[in-house]
Design a protein around this ligand. Sequence first.
Ligand code: UD1
Ligand code: UDP
Length: 362
Amino acid sequence: MKVMHVVGNRPQFIKLAPVSREMRKRNIEEIIIHTGQHYDKNMSDIFFEELGIPKPTRNLNVGSGSHAQTTAKAMIALEEVMTEYNPQCVIIYGDTNSTLAAALTAAKLCIPMIHVEAGIRTNNKKNPEECNRIVADHLSGYLCTPDRISVDNLKQEGIDEKKIHFTGDVMFDEFLYCASQENASEYLKKYPKDYILMTWHRQENTDSRERMEKIIDFIEQVKYPIVLPLHPRTKKKIVEYGFESRIQKNSNLIITEPVGYLEMVSLLKNCKCIITDSGGASKEASFAGKRCIFLLDLEVWPELIESGWIQILNFKDANSVKTSMEIISAALNSDNKKDKGDFFGDGNAAEKIVDIVEMILN
Ligand code: UD1
Ligand code: UDP
């Protein structure tokens, strides 16, 4: 009775952690396949070590490349390991190229598949993650959604209701778990007392020089310390587009290497507010009780947009830029409190997902 997890990217390691912990509690045999799409120590190993995830059974060392290259390489290698291990069930996470590769491969091998974080839609197929999620959802037999909006999204696409399970969000599980464990003061010693937290990595925000310049212009207007753990993709593009010296001249920017999740949770809990284009961090902002300026014109987490936790920063709309700046100013003056919603479950999503795993195994 073997269950295979397929992961490959930073956010997937975080999503895997609570599911794997629950499976180990119930003595379910797990095979962890790491596609190798993320490979730097601070984009990969650190999460396994800090979050107590068992070492991957196999690393497929797919590495970086174009969308087709990473997806195709992962599919070829996954077909071999899925055939070799013959799992009773495959679990895929999120919406990356590793998710897409695993979904296509497991579906063609007729292996029952659970998609964790199913049903998210931003209604924009130019967004690479949107393409991945649609395929993963339509190929999986068990769709575990993080919120209720995702349930509705799946129903609207005609997916059989029996396949849809509102489990809540595994990222909420892991945030709560880590927030109750970490020793924040140790991590925070190296940062200023008051700061804004920023992350920045999405393709839409890094593959165009003009777009990167808009973001740099914006953060130069924020006259306040900004802690920015920099994704390797963005770091490379800053050099490629010749923005290094401008970034270095901004004395408010505190750039670090990507940080581990325990440090990230400390940073989230102690910041004034968050500027990000990350799907995960934009939601975690609300878990930490912080407002988020979202750097993409994408309908990420509609419930958080509607309730004011997330403000979309649309550079084409002067009002949107003005409102974003006002939110940041208010956050700096501690006017950051909002009513917390109850959108992402009860912090026990992993238990509900592993109940489904047991149902499949039995
Ligand atoms: C990928 C996902 C994205 C997710 C993100 C999480 C896809 C299409 N995109 O984007 O949905 O939000 O992961 O972080 O799957 N690089 C390194 N070292 C690493 C990893 C990446 O140097 O360990 C650099 C390489 O130059 C690489 C670039 O980052 O070409 C982009 O990496 P890639 O995995 O293609 O996409 P991400 O932007 O990380
Ligand atoms: N994160 C982290 N260290 C960092 C930056 C992000 O641990 O230096 C965490 C973040 O808190 C969230 C996840 O990584 O849990 C989000 O991953 P990312 O932004 O890479 O991808 P996305 O969520 O956009 O797919």
